[in-house]
Design a protein around this ligand. Structure first.
Ligand code: UDP
Length: 501
């Protein structure tokens, strides 16, 4: 089998790569190619676009090389959409020089057939199209034992890996519940008249009912770029050698079990729940000037507010949120975004939050448009509540920090994730609050009232503390997620391919 793999990789290498491999580097920690007598597997990771995907991939990279004796390389699709991604990659490679870098220079990322589409979804498409012909030669120079590809590119990359006889795993960076929806949706669509029909409530077998209102907005349009990718990727899962998800059994027991046992859909490969992947400590690049302020605040007194890295709330909603935080009387640290892509963020903070707001909350509230070290903030003892859009990384960071979440999902998978938060008791979610594309603005008085009540809710606080303990147990040596990751590495070492062509 190994001979076969080498043969296929050499064959692929003879195809002239159209991408530059100038910046490619094999991992430099490969001097001793064995771990306890076994060959060190070389795992190549292929993230897609956006910090929500890149962050868990870099966490996976550091877990594999620091804790599980792997050599790791990362395929970096260039250019990145956001400056945050470029900075994150630079910090990763500086802090972990042993991690190899394989530059995938995108051949076309201006896709005029999707006018006005989300820039991150468009970039998924560009990576998919480029990977279809550029990935094989890139992998050929790296001699990998296995490839781990982001879900957004799965359907394109699995056949490439199969051609190379290279074991191919898919990493789903969001919740197991959302993963179950993705895996089941092709079955749902086929049973409901095919891809041209609207999606209603979806009963995901063995997991939960996802109401129509929680289905990601884009999926209501069968022609949306995201819908096409989502359903195609869902159909491709059975062809992978295994599926990794940044989830842990204790937080989503039904979803993890139903995925593993074939209840969601029959014929899936082994599922490895490996979360919550632990933060990789990079040298701090930002000033962190909010930490002295946080240090000076009483324990659990601060509301941390962030809607993630890739969406800006509309102006009228921003001003209601500002007024709500002010009216709550609570201390707060608020990360404000003015645009979807940080490179475009040229606006003034005072324009976004309203005249006089910053002066009125001076000393009690800290507001910034800068990138913050969120995972450290969520571990700070002064933080007592996280008003969150429920991007899955944010949820896992809240879980790891034991910080109660006031869920305010805004788009995509975030209502599904908010459902996980509410069911697990990690926080509260007002389901009626609007999200992107819906009429209605959530009013300041409702925000103030909810912040105050969740902050005072001792039951939520206690449950959040037990979620933190469960998360820590899962990733500790011998825990469910630790064992899953170890089993994945064992399979990479043995080089076994599940579905021989
Ligand atoms: N993040 C951060 N600082 C910021 C904004 C975001 O560290 O100022 C991190 C956050 O901790 C998380 C990731 O960026 O790890 C965002 O991913 P998530 O899935 O929460 O949401 P998305 O941004 O994809 O909507």
């Amino acid at each position: 089998m190994i001979e076969n793999l080498n043969f296929c990789l050499q064959a692929a290498a003879s195809n002239k790569p159209r991408c530059s491999t100038m910046s490619s580097a094999a991992p430099t920690n490969s001097g001793d190619r064995t771990t306890r007598g076994r060959p060190r597997p070389h795992v190549v990771l292929l993230p897609s676009a956006g910090m929500g995907h890149l962050v868990p991939f870099t966490r996976l990279a550091t877990a594999l090389c620091s804790g599980h004796g792997c050599d790791v390389s990362i395929v970096t699709a260039l250019p990145t959409v956001s400056s945050a991604e470029a900075r994150h990659l630079a910090a990763l490679f500086a802090a972990f020089p042993t991690v190899g870098r394989l530059a995938l220079h995108l051949s076309a990322f201006d896709l005029p057939e999707f006018p006005g589409a989300d820039p991150f979804y468009v970039r998924y498409e560009a990576i998919r199209r480029s990977a279809a012909h550029l990935l094989a030669p890139l992998l050929a120079g790296a001699s990998p034992s296995a490839l781990v590809a982001d879900i957004a590119v799965a359907s394109v990359v699995i056949p490439v890996a199969k051609e190379l006889r290279l074991p191919c795993y898919v990493f789903f960076t969001a919740s197991a519940t959302m993963f179950a929806l993705l895996a089941y949706l092709p079955t749902y669509v086929d049973a409901n008249g095919g891809g041209g029909h609207a999606i209603g409530d979806v009963d995901v077998p063995g997991v939960c009912r996802v109401p129509m209102s929680s289905v990601p907005q884009a999926l209501h349009d069968p022609d949306d770029i995201f819908t096409r990718q989502f359903i195609t990727n869902g159909r491709s899962l059975a062809g992978a050698d295994g599926l990794l998800v940044n989830a842990f059994d204790a937080l989503e027991p039904e979803a993890v079990a139903a995925l593993r046992q074939g209840t969601v859909v029959a014929g899936l490969p082994p599922v490895f729940a490996v979360g919550p992947l632990s933060p990789a400590s990079f040298p701090a690049k930002d000033s962190g000037n909010y930490f002295p302020w946080l240090d000076a605040q009483p324990e659990r007194s601060v509301v941390y507010v962030s809607f993630g890295s890739r969406k800006a709330l509309p102006r009228n909603q921003l001003s209601e949120l500002a007024a709500g935080l002010e009216a709550s009387g609570r201390r707060f640290l608020w990360v404000v975004k003015g645009t979807a892509v940080d490179r475009d963020d040229a606006g003034e903070l005072s324009d976004l939050v309203g005249e006089g707001f910053l002066q009125r909350v001076h000393g009690r509230g800290l507001v910034t448009m800068a990138w913050v070290r969120q995972e450290e903030i969520l571990k700070h003892p002064a933080v007592g509540l996280f008003v969150s859009h429920c991007g899955w990384n944010s949820v896992t960071e809240a879980a790891a920090g034991g910080v109660p979440v006031m869920a305010w999902p805004w788009f995509a998978d975030q209502r599904v994730n908010a459902g996980v938060v509410a069911r697990a008791g990690l926080g509260a979610w007002v389901e009626g609050w609007s999200w992107e594309g819906e009429e209605g603005v959530v009013r300041a008085e409702d925000i103030a009232e909810k912040v105050t009540s969740v902050m005072a809710d001792e039951a939520v606080r206690d449950t959040a503390a037990s979620v933190r303990e469960a998360a820590a147990r899962a990733v500790a040596v011998g825990g469910t997620s630790y064992r899953s990751l170890a089993e994945f590495v064992r399979r990479c070492s043995s080089g076994s391919v599940r579905n021989e062509a």
